[in-house]
Design a protein around this ligand. Structure first.
Ligand SMILES: Nc1ncnc2c1ncn2[C@@H]1O[C@H](COP(=O)(O)OP(=O)(O)OP(=O)(O)O)[C@@H](O)[C@H]1O
Length: 273
């Protein structure tokens, strides 16, 4: 992913993401000796190209399952999932997936980790190195290119993992609580870093979080999942102006208004779970 110029006037790039369509999916999971569990009840959603959508809801309500269906990692028991009209399939090069744990290779430096997806795609070494270094520079790790994961803090490791996901410019980015293991200050910082990159590149993003504040500062839309079996029970459009400044939004009245409105629904589901 080419980096936004930090000195250029801030602006939104044109949308470049895939259109994600989840139609009437449901998901049963079977466990030996037990009745199959209905993890996701019949659910449909559309993420338009370049839209940033967050999933919130109680633990175990199927958020990760729907994310994995979009990634093609879990085949729905029923219904369909398509990205730009093509059935979701594991291993698509245009889909990036970032989890809470960084999954970095400990024997590779930060630079080596970020180069990996380009190596797997056969990108010439010099180009891969140049792009990886540029990406790490953008996330503030320019001085740590040659550090190993064990020499980096949690936040630095997650910035490296974020760089590895974004460097190949996926048109769909799936994120499962990517910042949840970080302290509050580092989390705000990374939200800001990611938003800036996303506002430039406008991939379609599906982002799972337990943190409603995080969902409001990042998302165009927030989908609230109800308690088990999982199902989308509310769909909120977040009309906060973009580009957004994560720190300034903490004091924005409209942000607090969204928080109260969505929390009043979410709270009931958390209590019912
Ligand atoms: N591979 C699996 N086999 C059996 N049950 C599963 C499997 N994956 C998920 N489940 C069950 O499906 C339900 C939904 O799980 P899922 O991880 O999608 O929820 P979630 O909303 O992402 O939860 P959390 O917020 O705690 O991460 C849970 O009851 C979970 O135990």
């Amino acid at each position: 992913m080419s980096s936004p110029s930090m000195s250029a006037p801030e602006r939104l790039g044109p949308p470049r993401g895939a259109r994600i369509e989840v139609s009437d999916v449901y998901q049963y999971f079977a466990s030996p000796g037990k009745e199959p569990v209905l993890a996701v009840d019949t659910t449909s959603l559309v993420i338009e190209p370049g839209e940033f959508v967050c999933f919130v809801g109680p633990s175990g309500c199927g958020k990760t399952t729907v994310l994995n269906q979009i990634a093609g990692l879990v085949k729905p028991t029923g219904g369909t999932v398509t990205l730009d009209g093509k059935t979701a399939k594991e291993g698509r090069p245009d889909v990036g997936y970032l989890l809470a744990r960084d999954g970095l290779l400990p024997w590779r430096t930060a630079l080596g980790n970020v180069m990996l997806p380009m190596e797997l795609r056969g990108t010439p070494r010099a180009e891969a190195e140049h792009r990886a270094a540029g990406m790490l520079e953008t996330v503030g790790l320019g001085k740590f290119l040659h550090s190993y994961p064990s020499q980096l803090s949690h936040g630095m490791r997650q910035r490296t993992a974020l760089s590895r996901t974004l460097v190949v410019e996926p048109t769909t980015i799936l994120m499962d609580e990517p910042f949840s293991a970080l302290d509050a200050e580092t989390r705000l910082r990374l939200q800001g870093v990611f938003l800036k990159l996303w506002e430039h590149h406008r991939s379609s993003v599906c982002f799972v979080t337990h943190d409603l504040s995080e969902a409001i500062v990042m998302a165009d839309r927030i989908l609230v999942f109800g308690a088990r079996p999982g199902k989308i029970i509310a769909d909120y459009r977040i009309n906060l102006e973009r580009p957004r400044n994560v720190l300034e939004l903490q004091e924005n009245d409209q942000y607090h208004h969204y928080f109260q409105e969505i929390w009043s629904v979410l709270r009931k589901e958390l209590a019912a779970a």
